[in-house]
Design a binder for this molecule. Structure first.
Ligand SMILES: [Zn+2]
Length: 302
């Protein structure tokens, strides 16, 4: 367990963050992190699966960290939400396991409803993003092509898996030896969930809070899918993000395991709590822009 592996961070004994950098320094942009919660030497729970390209490579690298780990020992996969970069890895996992004894998927009911309603558009987060991926200029990018192979409907993506839908009244689950509060964090998507452990003060945030670790974003975290002009039902809902962030401001959080980018901890440049405050401050003025834009649309009767 002692070996340091680039791209893998161990938070506590049974909680590990695998970033796409563990598998590839180049193709990391559109793949989510995978969080490994070790239930026992024989049972592991994942949070998110990455996209279809890097998933298996990321999990294979994790074996160097924990030689007892094997994909066949994954018994549950919790999806923070079902954007393609977080869940298309499901197909790679089922292919590797040859559809035998697949893990159980845990996903919020609101998220499956949104998937059924919006189909492939929803996987891609926004039409804009899908159009970008389909652009001929990007054809040569391996990760784009592979991801496009997986533009399937819900049934095909989850084929062979049993899945448990988490309703709003489900409030906790146990994984990695810890009790996690299931927070219904709609905003980034209608059925996003986050996991919070009060004892270790850890938040597994999904895409509500992410970090590219890039100077341009000043490590403030980032909300995906934000598009004030031409917002659709499948893009981030900023008022809901703000509500959810207010809930988080009340929790004691010292470590955030984000959907993308490195761990955010009180040891890093910004504290976890400060990051939440910063994102809140970043979004609040944008809500004013949306309100203004909406009032113009209302005025012209659109
Ligand atoms: Zn997302």
């Amino acid at each position: 367990m002692a070996e340091e592996i680039p791209g893998i961070e161990t938070i506590c004994e049974n909680v590990h963050l695998i970033t796409p950098k563990a598998a590839s320094p180049l193709q990391s942009r559109y793949c989510s992190n995978i969080i490994v919660l070790k239930d026992s030497a024989e049972e592991y729970t994942l949070v998110d699966t990455g996209d279809s390209v890097l998933t298996l490579a990321m999990l294979d690298v994790f074996k160097k960290k924990d030689p007892k780990f094997d994909i066949s020992k994954i018994t549950r996969i919790i999806l923070t939400h079902t954007h393609y970069d977080h869940c298309f890895g499901l197909r790679r996992i089922s292919e590797r396991l040859e559809a035998k004894d697949l893990p159980k998927i845990i996903v919020s009911e609101a998220e499956t409803e949104a998937l059924e309603k919006y189909g492939a558009d929803y996987f891609f987060g926004s039409k804009f993003f899908r159009n970008l991926l389909e652009h001929p200029l990007l054809d040569s990018l391996a990760d784009t092509n592979n991801s496009m192979d997986y533009q399937k409907n819900t049934t095909e993506l989850f084929e062979g898996y049993d899945y448990q839908k988490i309703r709003e009244d489900t409030t906790s689950l146990k994984a990695g030896g810890l009790e996690w509060e299931i927070m219904h964090t709609s905003g980034h998507t209608p059925g996003s969930i986050a996991l919070y452990n009060e004892h270790e003060e850890i938040l597994i945030s999904g895409d509500l809070i992410s970090k590219w670790g890039n100077k341009y974003r000043r490590n403030l975290g980032y909300i995906y899918g934000y598009n004030p002009f031409g917002r659709t039902a499948i893009e981030a809902d900023i008022p809901k993000c703000l509500d959810t962030l207010s809930l988080l401001k009340k929790k004691k959080i010292t470590i955030i395991l984000p959907g993308h980018g490195n761990l955010i901890s009180n040891k890093s440049e910004f504290s976890a709590q400060q990051t939440i405050e910063n994102i809140y401050a970043y979004l609040a003025p944008k809500q004013k822009i949306i309100n203004f834009y909406q009032s113009v649309l209302n005025f012209i009767g659109k």
